[in-house]
Ligand binder design. Sequence first.
Ligand SMILES: [Zn+2]
Length: 196
Amino acid sequence: MNLFETVKAAVTPRMAAERYGLPIQQGGMVCCPFHADRTPSMKLNEDYFYCFGCGATGDVIDLAARLFDLSKYEAVQKLAADFGISGEKPSVLAKLKRGKTQAEAERHCFRVLRDYFGILQDWKEHCAPQSPEDPIDPRYAEACHMLERIGNMLDILACGTPKERAEVVADLQKDDRLMRMEARNRQIKEDEYGTK
Ligand SMILES: [Zn+2]
């Protein structure tokens, strides 16, 4: 592990936010330091942060870099110094957290997929055309297209081997897919059900 990986494995965005004085609200939300944010719009996740207001996102190194206007390399040095991490040998803490992170990543994926699955089920039931002449609602089309795939992924996360589960997690983390799915689920729920 190089210092970048060691720092990322040992320090969560939440730990950095706490250390650098961002008041953390319920559910790991903070007021976004990167736009004029009066209600907490930034979510601190296990491995990344995401602002629902301005879209700012990244890992703990990006967070420190933006907070202190540093390069990524400087941000890693600062985090390592502030959290007592040496690049020489990965700490036991970092190793422990790495194991925990995989299980947490799986749970996180499961939660997001389950939310999306629920939305799709709802659409399939409530947005279906009532007669053959009706135009197809795009939500109904999406439900027909995606339900089985999302269902399969949920099955794998619930019952698959560790290797299969890791593949699903890796697939979802590619191109910030999971993050975008989570943000979209939330948006849909706010738009359709008026809940937050
Ligand atoms: Zn923001």
